[in-house]
Structures are given as C-alpha cells and as structure tokens.
Ligand binder design. Structure first.
Ligand code: SF4
Length: 323
C-alpha cells in the first residue's frame, strides 16, 4: 500500500526504533497486521495504544520515536510532535443509490458536507446533483478542519461558511452526530444520505428529539448550586481558559464551580464527587450522545450559559471547539 511505503520512508528518515500505533475502534482489526508489517519491514518495535482514539484531537502520549495515527485527518491548527497521519483510502464509490434517494428531498441550492472518510466522493456527488439541476456548494476548510466539506462533531465551519448560498444541506455519512450541529445551528433542512444502507432521511426528527433531551438536562441543572467543570487533557479538546471563564461566570451568579482535569471523560470516573451538575468543555459529543449514562446532568458550555441566565433558549447552539 502506498501509504505504508510513505510511512516506511518516514521511519527510516527519522531513524525511529519504536513506533506507536493509534487506531479508532472501527480500525482495530488492522492493528496486529500493521504492527507485524512494520516490525518485519522496518525492524522497529511497535506499541499499539489500547486506549480509545476519538479523533485528531486525541493523539496518544507514547514513549516512542514516532506515533502513527490512523482514521482521522490532522487538525491544521495543532502542532503535533512526531506524529504521522496514516491516510487510509476511503471506500470506493460503487453506487449512487443513496444520493438518488436523497435528491427528491433536496432544495435547489445544496451544501455538501461529510466526514473525512467520504471526502473523495464529493466531486462525483456534486456532478450528479448538478446534472439534476441543483446548485451545489462545498465549504472551504479552515483552522480545525483539513478538507473542503469536512464536518467534525465539534466544528461546523464548512457548513456555516456557505450558509447564505444554500437552502439546505446534504450530509454524506452514516451517523447523526456530525450533521446534528448544523441542523440545530442553521434553520434549514439537513438530509442524510447513508452510503452503507443506500438510503436517505431527514434529520429533523432526531434534531427535535435531541433538543427535547437538552431542554430536560438544562431544566434538571437549574437548581444545582455546585458545578464541576470538566477540562480535557487531550491536545485538541483542552479548553482550560474557557473553563476558567465559566467558573468566574458561575461565581458571578452565586454558584460554586470547580474545575476537574481528566483525559478520558467517562461516567464512572466522575462518581463520588459532591457536585450537583457537570459542565463539559471536552469533546461536545459526550454531553449529547452519552447523556443517559450520567447520573447527574451534564451540560455543554452554551447550555450552562442558559442555566445561568446569560443566554436564552432561543439562542441554543450545540457546542463547538473553535479556538
Ligand atoms: S473533539 Fe470530539 S467531535 Fe471534535 S474531533 Fe475530537 S472527538 Fe471529534
């Protein structure tokens, strides 16, 4: 594979003796094979990171000469040390059924968004939609996203930058979370075209359900007097300054707030502390997707602002990490 050749060159160029390998859950099946391959071809010792890997925001700290990170595109604004981003080729585009299923639901002017995995497909999908009379826009990347049209669960820049030029969005991908922020932030339809199922669906129902859940979490936190503000140690999630600002804001409103520093944010790691509610400045997905796993309310920073009366529910937005 061409990418392995490129990696072997980097290993030789750096005279690396130990190599760390970091895989998201979905790529773990490749770990043993790649470690064996590199050890045989480059004479290195590989350490596979068995901690979860969630994104390019989360590069493992390993005692090695080179870290190989798979499955995510690097974030342009971060200064990674000794990290090789192994660019896996996305799956081939063998059918446009999912695009054709979505097309009747789309407005005339469409913004195309996706994850890094399917980014190579966007030009062909654009052609397909243009042939059916749509005007298609793909937003340019910026500091935190590497590719045009790429969405992160914490950064919707490629959608917001084209907001004035489109009447709705087509998201190419399988899950709901990446386009959810777009659907909440921008009052325009978001259609998901799912290449694995070959189907399409409107995100509106999911959007409304999540908003109801968030409304309930905010209501539960209203009577809280002691807040724990979570700060992540991960390179692309750490927002200590924002956490300090939130602590000061809480104190201004007569609430008590303390900052908790952690690497992995998980419900069992937060048990035993005498706090009434959590405010999570780490990955925005945690408060939204894992909400049912937490006994105490867990809020995003904009939701905490609503609890404190600094923001109205009408100005609700999903959390983004834009710094
Ligand atoms: S902070 Fe969360 S949503 Fe953003 S890139 Fe990292 S894992 Fe993904």
């Amino acid at each position: 594979m061409a990418e392995t050749e490129r990696l072997l060159e980097v290993i030789r160029g750096r005279n690396a003796k130990t190599v760390g390998l970091q895989f998201p859950v979905g790529l773990r099946t490749k770990a043993v094979e790649l470690a064996q391959d590199l050890e045989a071809q480059a004479g290195v010792t590989c350490l596979v990171s068995a901690d979860p890997s969630f994104g390019a925001c989360d590069v493992a700290d390993m005692p090695v000469d080179l870290i190989v990170h798979l499955g995510h595109a690097p974030m342009p604004h971060l200064r990674y040390r000794k990290v090789f981003f192994y660019d896996l080729p996305g799956p081939p585009l063998t059918s446009m059924d999912f695009v054709d299923a979505a097309e009747p639901m789309l407005p005339a002017r469409v913004g195309l968004v996706t994850t890094t995995q399917y980014r190579h497909w966007l030009p062909k999908i654009r052609e397909r939609l243009e042939a059916k009379g749509h005007v298609v826009r793909i937003g340019d990347p910026d500091r935190r996203v590497a590719y045009a049209g790429q969405l992160l669960g914490c950064d919707y820049h490629t959608a917001t930058v084209i907001e004035a030029d489109v009447d709705g969005y087509l998201y190419i991908g399988t899950g709901d979370f990446h386009p959810l922020g777009v659907a909440i932030l921008i009052d325009k339809p978001v259609i998901i075209a799912d290449p694995e199922r070959g189907t399409a669906r409107d995100l509106k129902e999911v959007r409304d359900r999540v908003l109801r859940q968030r409304h309930a979490a905010i209501a539960r936190a209203h009577d809280a007097s002691v807040f724990g503000i979570i700060v992540s140690k991960k390179i692309g999630q750490e927002r200590l300054e924002a956490a300090k600002d939130l602590k000061a804001l809480a104190e201004k409103h007569g609430k008590q707030a303390n900052i908790f520093l952690m690497d992995l944010v998980a419900p069992d790691l937060l048990e035993g502390y005498r706090v009434d509610a959590w405010v999570n400045t780490a990955c925005p997905r945690i408060a939204i997707e894992d909400v049912l796993q937490y006994k105490k309310p867990i809020l995003t920073p904009p939701e905490f602002e609503i609890v404190l009366g600094e923001r109205t529910w009408d100005a609700y937005a999903l959390d983004e990490i834009r710094a």
